[in-house]
Design a binder for this molecule. Structure first.
Ligand SMILES: CC(=O)SCCNC(=O)CCNC(=O)[C@H](O)C(C)(C)COP(=O)(O)OP(=O)(O)OC[C@H]1O[C@@H](n2cnc3c(N)ncnc32)[C@H](O)[C@@H]1OP(=O)(O)O
Length: 431
């Protein structure tokens, strides 16, 4: 059987999409409650197989999108596996953005699984990303057991919480000099990119939006979920500094009736953030407020008179990260404390140039990472370093779990102090 792993040609794109579960209506996520899923109905929902018109639309759009890099597996001329990377910028500790290969839409048809095709496509995508100068890759994992073997590990997190409206009283605060306004989808499409652009650079893990990111916003009803509604906050000068999308889905059960789902909310400052939530958590004729896909360190909890009233009902990892070029990635973030560390990597089966001992020196804006012959302070796995890179995992926990081996006293504490960040890494949308 002749097997090729290569980018598909334009005329092969239909066959390429057909290798993906979601084009055939098959599930593409493990059957677990998902933290980004707001509604009460079972998950994952049924999907309708893609029509020929949809496939043509995607092929057209993807061919024009220079940031989309598909890869496919062909056996005897038939496309049996598909994946792709999308070039993003991701915000890293210190507020810089780093070029990142977002691995997306991956599938191998059921009859051809466990033959190493995903591994071959992943290697091809890593090599191509390195050639484009992207020092790291990220993805959302459909199942938690697949991607660790390729060097990925959780980097950003999300939570779904619920709040009983009658327990949602906010602590008093200074009067808001700004105002709230309900807008339609056309206006929301204008405001979202402006607000997100400012929020993104201040939150580790946030991404540059894909082209057309907000094109799908609409005022039409989405079945029994009803239409999305849009709320904006303006500051005292009239400039929009916060946006929220929410829904009031219909439910057949009394238990789920009167639920207000906040699908997205971003604000550039605490006044706008508080104002948006203050309306949404006290919306007449509702009973429960549900917010999926939120940061785990949601400040709203500490604005409530009863902080326990906000109940985290699900939480999960969100994006997983994988450093492809360790020295390049490490010199593009900043460090909480100045320091010098030597560490060995010896487990990288896919980007073998990383298997060295490295000397990381950080002093303010000056950061260097070079190969060294010095003795290592510690040995760390690529997945552990990839998690640590975004600041949301504890070096102590990773060491306790065996992913980091210290070779001298106190070195895990130093690693923890250098890599820590103030707020949890989070990304408000995936890919
Ligand atoms: C980023 C995203 O897009 S997430 C979406 C991923 N897609 C899906 O979940 C759709 C359904 N599943 C599939 O299409 C396929 O099973 C894939 C894409 C997950 C894996 O493709 P395959 O070609 O079978 O993987 P491949 O044979 O290269 O396996 C590589 C390794 O991963 C392991 N592996 C593959 N899939 C799984 C799995 N679902 N669970 C556990 N281990 C797995 C293999 O055992 C193998 O292990 P080894 O290297 O230790 O021998």
């Amino acid at each position: 059987m002749a097997t090729q792993v290569r980018p598909p040609r334009r005329d092969e794109m239909y066959a390429y999409y057909r290798a993906l579960p979601y084009t055939s209506g098959l599930p593409q996520w493990e059957p677990a409650d998902a933290a980004w899923h707001g509604g009460p109905e079972p998950w994952p929902p049924q999907r309708t197989p893609a029509t020929a018109e949809q496939l043509e639309e995607w092929a057209e759009a993807d061919a024009e999108d220079g940031s989309f890099h598909p890869i496919a597996t062909f056996t005897d001329g038939a496309c049996v596996g598909a994946s792709a990377t999308i070039s993003f910028d991701v915000t890293v500790p210190g507020g810089s953005t780093v070029k990142m290969a977002g691995v997306t839409a991956t599938g191998v048809i059921a009859t051809h699984r466990r033959r190493g095709y995903l591994r071959r496509m992943m290697q091809a995508m890593f090599d191509a990303a390195l050639d484009r100068g992207e020092p790291l890759a990220m993805l959302s994992a459909s199942e938690g057991s697949i991607y660790g073997r390729f060097g990925f590990s959780p980097a950003t997190y999300r939570a779904r919480w619920e709040l009983d409206r009658h327990e949602a009283a906010l602590l008093p605060a200074a009067p808001d000099p700004g105002s709230l306004e309900l807008v339609d989808a056309a206006q929301a499409k204008q405001f979202w990119p402006v607000v997100h652009a400012e929020v993104r650079v201040n939150r580790v893990g946030e991404l540059t939006p894909l082209p057309g990111r907000w094109d799908g916003l609409s005022d039409s009803a989405d079945g029994t979920n009803g239409p999305l509604r849009y709320l904006v906050h303006r500051d005292q000068h009239g400039d929009v500094d916060g946006v929220a999308n929410f829904r009031l889905p219909w439910s057949s059960t009394v238990a789920n009736a009167g639920t207000l789902v906040v699908e997205a909310l971003e604000a550039t400052n605490p006044v706008a953030y508080r104002a948006l939530w203050s309306l949404l958590v006290d919306f007449d004729l509702t009973r429960t407020i549900v917010a999926p896909g939120r940061p785990r360190d949601e400040p709203l909890r500490w604005m409530l008179a009863n902080p326990r009233a906000m109940r985290i009902t699900r939480q999960s990892d969100n994006l997983w990260a994988r450093l492809l070029n360790v020295p390049l990635a490490l010199t593009q973030r900043s460090y909480d404390t100045a320091g010098e560390l030597t560490f060995t990597i010896d487990d990288d089966r896919m980007c073998s140039a990383n298997n060295r001992t490295w000397l990381l020196r950080a002093c303010g804006a000056s950061v260097t990472c070079v190969a060294t012959d010095r003795e290592a302070d510690l040995t760390i796995t690529v997945p552990a370093l990839s998690s640590l890179y975004f600041g949301g995992r504890s070096a102590h926990d990773l060491a306790y779990a065996g992913h980091i081996t210290p070779h001298s006293d106190g070195v895990i504490g130093q690693l923890a102090r250098m890599f820590r960040i103030d707020t949890e890494p989070h990304n408000s949308f995936g890919f």
